[in-house]
Design a protein around this ligand. Structure first.
Ligand code: NAD
Length: 265
């Protein structure tokens, strides 16, 4: 048995770059029709769609700011209009606005919470409503699947990034509470918590000297790539992961293993 998504429709938020783009591509290869959501990067989204189509897959690009309810609802309506249903949501969009605690502006606090946490709430709510509307489609053992993109910072405190860490800590219990609420309907909700993955969000920490420092925090000895996360997302979204409900899968090369204690603390 392979991890396949044939006949299913996936909405991937923040699908024009980084981890989201890698997931969109892999899901399309696995047989899903993909809605590549973007906020600003229309070129990136259209390029992702062209790549998917060139490989024989199906995709459309849909613009929406995940922190705006009307835009999220319009994105789901566009997905249903184009592909007839939504079976999988990957709530992946996220931003960082870093600052020392007393320098952090209310605006930057709010923007990170709005995008990373409220954005996942709005997308997950729209997804559950759509799963209920469309009922059993016979394309997967679950009636619908939601993947929340968290971070190792849902458990690792991160000085200078309180807004980001608070948003990811929030995702942990948003995901678990929602999973508990909708599991009896056959809806599976899970999360992925990546460690350090080489993308635009952390380019300054994953290149050059900074990369050497970062490697000290990763027992497995390498910085991750988007495919590391995309493969786990595919497993969780497919029937191969059908009995995984309300779990956060850490994809972090061991970053959450307290590597500072490797030499006896
Ligand atoms: P990225 O910057 O390439 O991707 C983030 C995406 O979110 C971008 O496409 C961006 O346009 C989109 N986005 C931002 N605000 C949005 C909004 N309001 N509405 C819709 N889309 C919006 O970086 P990435 O590393 O691919 O990040 C993807 C997710 O993975 C994020 O949630 C991030 O927190 C999480 N993550 C990344 C890492 C890492 O090391 N790269 C580690 C842990 C968690």
């Amino acid at each position: 048995m392979e991890c396949r998504l044939d006949g299913q429709v996936a909405v991937v938020t923040g699908g024009s770059s980084g981890i989201g783009r890698g997931i969109a591509q892999l899901f399309a290869q696995a047989g899903a029709a993909v809605v590549v959501n973007y906020r600003g990067s229309r070129d990136g989204a259209e390029e992702a769609v062209r790549e998917i189509e060139a490989a024989g897959g199906k995709a459309i690009a849909v613009k929406a700011d995940v922190s705006q309810q009307a835009e999220v609802e319009a994105m789901f309506a566009a997905a249903v209009e184009h592909f007839g249903a939504v079976d999988i949501l990957v709530a992946n969009s996220g931003i960082q606005k870093d600052a020392a605690f007393t320098e952090l502006t209310l605006e930057d606090w709010q923007q990170v919470i709005d995008t990373n946490l409220t954005g996942q709430f709005l997308c997950a709510q729209a997804a559950v409503r759509q799963f209920r509307r469309q009922g059993e489609r016979g394309v997967s053992r679950a009636r619908g699947k939601i993947l929340c993109m968290s971070s190792v910072h849902e458990v690792i405190p991160w000085a200078g990034h309180t807004n980001y860490a608070a948003s990811k800590g929030g995702i942990s219990l948003l995901m678990k509470s929602l999973a508990q609420e909708v599991a009896e309907e056959g809806i599976r909700v899970n999360a992925i918590a990546p460690g350090a993955i080489r993308t635009a969000i952390n380019a300054d920490a994953t290149e050059g000297d900074a990369a050497r420092d970062l490697l000290r925090l990763i027992p497995y000895g390498r910085i991750g790539v988007v495919e590391d996360v995309a493969r786990v997302a595919l497993f969780l979204a497919s029937d191969m992961g059908d009995y995984v409900v309300g779990a956060t899968l850490f994809v972090d090369g061991g970053m959450t293993l307290y590597p500072g204690f490797r030499d006896n603390g």
